[in-house]
Write a protein that binds this ligand. Structure first.
Ligand code: ZN
Length: 157
């Protein structure tokens, strides 16, 4: 399942990507967003009721909350996705899956102090940005754990 997210929901888009989901953020006019949604078969996520109406029969979800953690939970719960989260597998800039990077290649691309401390590296095939576990703050990982646990609790209600 892939998503397209309008200009009002930047943090939702960012966090869906952190969780590994294909979440295209597009701050553009409604017609352009809908055209991309239809062409690429993406579920529209918006807080704009009128936009949902205009989407007609195209799959869309009206996001209820103004708080991003609740927004993420609404999406995970609605589409039953909490088991499919793969945190830190997608470039946050380009929204494409990261590829693993060999140790030899990483040695040429990252600072020495990073290379010596990290074991696994991945790279965005689109922008070339290199990711390693240290790029993800501990706080971010805690937030993800909380989110995924919350969504399990929601499912049990
Ligand atoms: Zn990238």
């Amino acid at each position: 399942m892939t998503f397209i997210i309008d200009g009002m929901l930047g943090r939702l888009a960012k966090w869906l990507k952190i969780l590994g989901f294909d979440a295209l953020f597009l701050a553009d006019d409604d017609d352009k967003i809908l055209a991309v949604a239809r062409r690429e078969g993406r579920v529209l996520l918006t807080r704009d009721r009128e936009f949902i109406r205009r989407a007609g029969r195209h799959p869309a979800l009206l996001i209820d909350s103004t708080r991003w953690p609740d927004q993420v939970l609404q999406v995970l719960t609605r589409f039953d996705l909490y088991g499919e989260a793969r945190p830190f597998t997608r470039c946050l800039e380009c929204n494409v899956p990261l590829e693993s990077l060999s140790h030899e290649a990483a040695a040429r691309l990252v600072p020495v102090h990073v290379f010596e401390k990290s074991e696994a590296f991945s790279v965005c095939p689109c922008c070339g940005r290199v990711y390693w576990p240290g790029t993800h703050h501990a706080e971010m990982e805690r937030t993800i754990r909380d989110l995924l646990e919350d969504s399990r609790n929601v499912g049990n209600d």
